[in-house]
Design a binder for this molecule. Structure first.
Ligand code: ALA
Length: 413
């Protein structure tokens, strides 16, 4: 198999777009850990810094022009993010990241879930779309059921098709793309079946991994709620989104966090009336700079040729997976690379030791269980090395990874 990314599609502009790659200290680094966090786009950093350089006010909390300016900036960012996701601005709640989003939603789901209900959660979820629902099940007494996966790391769709009819889940929680294998379940199909089986069903999509690799073909990938973090889409960290297909869906739920800005008022001092739409899920002062940084990143990302970018990532991932499978005692999780993700383990060294050798060759990868222990258990491994290729990766990165791995094998066998 020849290593040929379709075209190195942004070579000259890479250092211009990403300051991290415009630094002599990073010249010899092969950053293959974008699935853990992406490098930041210059435009996104600029949007954040420009805003924070002031003057600033507290959004929606003042009558003076600086507060007005912050309010307008926040709402403009919300509109842009909503447009990108295919939903109205009022259905976009800014949060501190994917983890907070999932927790807020699962907390909010309490008033909407009884002991009679069933939650389906896929076995390939990151802990952040697994544990909050497990906690919901514990606190409400409802049934927590895993959608199983097969040896290829894909969801067992026959199981789902059968069991969704029988168990009629109220909540179906599924990732749009596994952060370990890159498998992208058919969320739209899952959503349709869930609603045919139970018109009350709500489909929750973890888009943290998908956001920088899949387009948004259908609003929120076909789910009722979706969430992601900004730091995986080339924007600064500490922020993210919880989005609803329709702002009215937020109004069906109790808030998941309490504080300023999330009530309409009080009927009496012990009877608050919750705000509607995104405001219900945005207790506390807004992180306006981060919202602007995210909007700026999405604006650039949406101008890229998605199919070219995907072909580029696939080409790098496939070649790497192919080279890995030629090595004795190396096993690629799920049997193949998907969407530029290649996770593997070796029977001759622990993933952490392999990671250390890779690092000594300037290849930055992630090792461990990737906060997806149910998936790792189903695939029968405790830890793996993950190489994540993205739009900033190139052929030299893939070759360096294989070269470093050959060196690791020599050292450990
Ligand atoms: N969830 C992030 C990852 O997959 C940190 O690496």
């Amino acid at each position: 198999m020849e290593l040929m990314a379709t075209r190195i599609w942004m070579p000259d502009r890479l250092s211009e777009l990403f300051p991290a790659f415009n630094d002599p200290r990073t010249r010899d680094i092969h950053y293959l850990d974008g699935a853990a966090t992406s490098q930041r786009l210059a435009a996104s950093i600029k949007a954040l810094v420009d805003y924070e350089s002031g003057p600033v006010g507290n959004a929606h909390r003042g009558a003076h022009p600086w507060a007005e300016k912050s309010s307008s900036a926040l709402e403009a960012a919300r509109k842009d993010v909503g447009k990108y996701l295919g939903i109205e601005a009022n259905a976009v709640a800014f949060t501190s990241g994917a983890t907070e989003s999932a927790n807020l939603l699962a907390q909010a789901a309490r008033g909407h879930t009884s002991a009679m209900d069933v939650i389906f959660v896929s076995q390939m979820e990151h802990h952040s779309n697994y544990l909050p629902w497990l906690e919901l099940a514990r606190s409400t007494g409802c049934s927590f059921v895993e959608i199983p996966i097969g040896a290829d790391g894909c969801l067992d769709l026959a199981w789902f098709e059968r069991e969704v009819q029988v168990q009629k889940p109220k909540w179906v929680c599924v990732t749009a793309m596994s952060n370990v294998t890159g498998v992208a379940p058919p969320v739209r199909w899952i959503s349709r079946l869930a609603k045919e089986a139970n018109p009350q069903a709500m489909v929750v999509v973890d888009a943290a991994q998908a956001i920088a690799h899949l387009g948004v073909e259908e609003a929120l990938w076909g789910g009722d709620f979706a969430f992601f973090s900004s730091h995986k889409i080339f924007a600064p960290s500490g922020s993210g989104v919880l989005a609803a297909r329709d702002a009215e869906l937020f109004d069906l739920l109790e808030p998941g966090k309490f504080g300023g800005g999330m009530i309409r008022g009080f009927k009496s001092n012990t009877e608050p009336r919750w705000a509607s739409g995104h405001a219900r899920f945005e207790a506390g002062s807004a992180n306006v700079g981060a919202a602007l940084g995210l909007a700026a990143a999405l604006s650039i990302f949406s101008q890229w040729d998605l199919s070219l970018m995907q072909a580029h990532e696939e080409a790098l991932g496939s070649w790497t997976a192919h080279e890995l499978t030629k090595m004795d005692g190396v096993f690629v999780l799920g049997g193949a690379s998907r969407h530029g993700l290649v996770s593997f383990h070796a029977d001759w060294a622990h993933a952490h030791d392999i990671g250390t050798v890779l690092e000594s060759h300037g290849v930055f990868a992630r090792v461990g269980h990737h906060c997806a222990l149910p998936l790792m258990g189903a695939l029968g491994v405790q830890a793996c090395v993950r190489l994540s290729f993205g739009p900033t990766s190139n052929e030299a990165d893939a070759e360096a990874a294989i070269k470093a791995l050959v060196s690791a094998k020599r050292r450990f066998t």
